[in-house]
Design a protein around this ligand. Structure first.
Ligand SMILES: Cc1cc2nc3c(=O)[nH]c(=O)nc-3n(C[C@H](O)[C@H](O)[C@H](O)COP(=O)(O)OP(=O)(O)OC[C@H]3O[C@@H](n4cnc5c(N)ncnc54)[C@H](O)[C@@H]3O)c2cc1C
Ligand SMILES: *[C@@H]1O[C@H](CO)[C@@H](O)[C@H](O)[C@H]1NC(C)=O
Length: 433
């Protein structure tokens, strides 16, 4: 086995980013400690989808992570939709003419078109909690500390460049570098960008979502096998609803989106009444009505995202995952971007031989990752408006043209080429020092 690297990294946060990073770094003989604010690792019970770019990144990070994903993932059930990312339908009855048509030959709820991917699709949806459990199993004992909420960081004044992490319980820990994987409300981000920077805190996207799980049996009875077993988006005015199968097809995951001007609550997740939820979709057609009425717990999730910032690192502190680029979920690409980040960070840190070069690795990470991940955030916000007739209006041909092309650059990412480029940037910077 290669010797341990002569530096020790603090990973703040143990979500998808923190855990994949921990597994990746341990496997590359890089000493780490994870500091998690909660008393244990945990994810919410909902679905999350990964594209082929994310699946490839998992494969490159470690077989352990790809196995965890493959063990949990579900793809469309049934051969007809094997190549379909989502089947697009209009769900909003207000879009129909007097005869009930939204377009020649197509009624509310009927399939309009499919957003397809190329063959060899390796992506899929997972139940978040199960995927996280699988990741947790791959994290060695003893590297994680719980109930450690980071509240401040200090650069040590002795010229070492080391960073001291200060936790809410009053304890401190000194590390050679810190990687902030602390999510959309990241403390590391606020520290790094400064509280006055408008990019330091997430902003409201004007959209919120209800999330629900419906047993596929129930969904099939309501909607038929084709809708219940595959991935669908129902478009409408200032709202849309999507479904995709998770848990091997046992469960239909539902996310129903609606809009409001501002978010007045302090909490980002609030419980509302079923009546309010039904009211948001009262003008919609029978498919969406049935789905919304079958949803049990009407929690609302306000959707926030980060404005672009000028840097992902400062000294020996670097942001990764949602801490760097929290996104709205409209391209299903946020968690995938986190996993890609992990691969780049791991491959760069593998290059580093002495701690003085850690900042150079972060600089290379920033140079290669920031443009792509910030573009994911921007185009995702735009996609939300496209689906809700706010970008191309309700011109279904224009929407189709735009939507069938807009995912390509995310999925067809030259991952290996870009990792190589990051490595070259790092190596030439180290040589020229
Ligand atoms: C409604 C919705 C649907 C989504 N759907 C998809 C999808 O289909 N596909 C997709 O790719 N992405 C999706 N995303 C995005 C995806 O969920 C995120 O990109 C991903 O989960 C972020 O992971 P993370 O580990 O970076 O952050 P998080 O999961 O937020 O983890 C952060 C961790 O840090 C801990 N922490 C926070 N602060 C501190 C602190 N000060 N000290 C110590 N620990 C701390 C937290 O407890 C937590 O464990 C969706 C997001 C939303 C909101
Ligand atoms: C979709 O529309 C937006 C806004 O008009 C535009 O910026 C983007 O390039 C379009 N994408 C595609 C793939 O047509």
């Amino acid at each position: 086995m290669a010797p341990q690297k002569p530096f020790n990294i603090a990973i703040i946060g143990g979500g998808i980013s923190g855990l994949t990073l921990a597994i990746a770094l341990v496997q590359r003989n890089i000493p780490i400690t994870i500091y998690e604010a909660a008393a244990h690792f945990g994810e919410i019970g909902a679905g999350v989808a990964f594209g082929p770019n994310a699946a490839l990144a998992m494969k490159r990070i470690s077989p352990t992570i790809l196995d965890a994903f493959n063990k949990c993932k579900t793809i469309n059930q049934g051969p007809i939709k094997a190549n379909s990312w989502f089947t697009i339908r209009v769900g909003d009855a207000r879009k129909a003419n007097v005869d009930g048509y939204v377009k020649e030959g197509t009624k509310v709820g009927d399939a309009l078109y499919d957003v397809e991917f190329n063959t060899d699709w390796e992506g899929g949806g997972v139940y978040r909690a199960h995927f996280l459990d699988e990741l947790v199993k791959a994290v060695p004992d003893g590297v994680a500390q719980f109930s450690k909420r980071l509240v401040n960081m200090k650069t040590v004044e002795d010229g070492s460049g080391d960073v001291i992490c200060v936790f809410a319980d009053g304890t401190e820990a000194r590390h050679d570098a810190v990687i902030g994987c602390d999510g959309i409300k990241a403390m590391t981000r606020r520290w790094l960008l400064g509280e006055d920077n408008p990019a330091s805190r997430a902003v409201f996207s004007g959209k919120y979502a209800y999330r629900g799980l419906i047993r596929t049996e129930v969904a099939t009875e309501m909607l038929g096998e084709e809708v219940a077993g595959n991935s669908n988006m129902f478009f409408g005015n200032n709202g849309h609803l999507l479904t995709f199968p998770i848990e091997g097809g046992k469960t239909m995951n539902v996310v129903a989106f609606s809009s409001c001007k501002e978010w007045k609550h302090e909490q980002w997740v609030i419980t509302t009444s079923k009546d309010d939820m039904h009211a948001d979709f009262s003008d919609w057609g029978p498919h969406v009505q049935k789905i919304v009425h079958a949803m049990q717990k009407p929690d609302i999730w306000a959707l926030f995202y980060h404005l672009p910032c000028d840097t992902y690192y400062k000294g020996r502190v670097c942001l990764l995952g949602d801490a760097a680029h929290a996104s709205t979920p409209h391209q299903g690409a946020g968690a995938g971007a986190c996993v890609e980040d992990t691969l780049f960070m791991a491959e760069l840190l593998k290059e580093v031989e002495k701690k003085e070069d850690l900042e150079t690795a972060f600089k290379a990470f920033d140079e290669v990752r920031r443009p792509r991940t910030q573009k994911i955030v921007k185009t995702s916000e735009e996609a939300g408006r496209l689906y809700e007739f706010e970008l191309e209006g309700d011109d279904l041909n224009k929407i189709e043209q735009n939507q069938t092309q807009r995912m390509r650059w995310i999925w067809d990412y030259d991952l290996d080429g870009e990792v190589d480029r990051a490595r070259r940037i790092y190596r030439s910077a180290v040589v020229s020092q």
